[in-house]
Design a protein around this ligand. Sequence first.
Ligand SMILES: N[C@H](CCC[C@H](N)C(=O)O)C(=O)O
Length: 279
Amino acid sequence: MSFTKMHGIGNDYIYINCMESVPDRLPELAEEMSDRHFGVGGDGIVLICPSDKADFRMRMFNNDGSEARMCGNASRCIAKYVHDHKLTDKTCISLETLSGIKVLSLNMSPSGEVESVTVDMGEPELNAGLVPVRSTTEKMVEEPVATSCGEVRVTAVSMGNPHGVVFVDRIEDVPFETLGPELEKHSMWPDRANIEFLQIISPSEARMRVWERGTGETLACGTGACASAVAAALTGRCGREVTIHLRGGDLHIRWANNGHVMMTGGATEVFEGNYYRQR
Ligand SMILES: N[C@H](CCC[C@H](N)C(=O)O)C(=O)O
């Protein structure tokens, strides 16, 4: 099975062109191919499929085999993939995902290379019941949550997938390996959640470290950066346009006046290969 390894600022997935056919047992395939010793290695797999509602359809599986409703970094990589592999000559591409249709805009260099991609991520969802998160309030904004590391305050935002944003003074001081998984699997989330720790630098700049649902730490999370930018604007810590510094690179987020969150960042193709299924 041929595949292409790509990353969106270090959030690395294995991309499979499924325009002709789709492999079976996808959760098992995701676990197997993502293994960094016995497989290709990656944060998960991403399938590029045909769609009758959009130009293409994305299916994305975390490295634990769970399927996600949206993936920001992967959507940018799909835009680059379908352009570079000549599956389309469009520079504005629609992508069907489990969380709805997203619009991907290629930002081209003068030499015709894909420099970056801007994704219209749609509107954030703050209604607790729709994130979903169990909360005594209609929206969960800096609500106290007891953990083994003491009380933390969580802001819950969905970008098609659930996120818990925790504002911190210094990311270095966060007991990340403990708090990440504990909050990911906390009983307040009916479907688990992606957890972002955000350190504000200025009203237009922040640093983020992320523990992803179904994967663990990743070097970047596109939906997480969007959720964090929304939480920072909502709580008056930042404006509606912010640069998020992640371990793998930077993302530029703009919460537009129409309510849509616009994310701009890079997409990189690293190598292609052929994979022999182990099971
Ligand atoms: N772990 C996420 C999916 C990947 C999201 C992230 N890699 C991104 O770039 O948005 C979830 O289960 O909701």
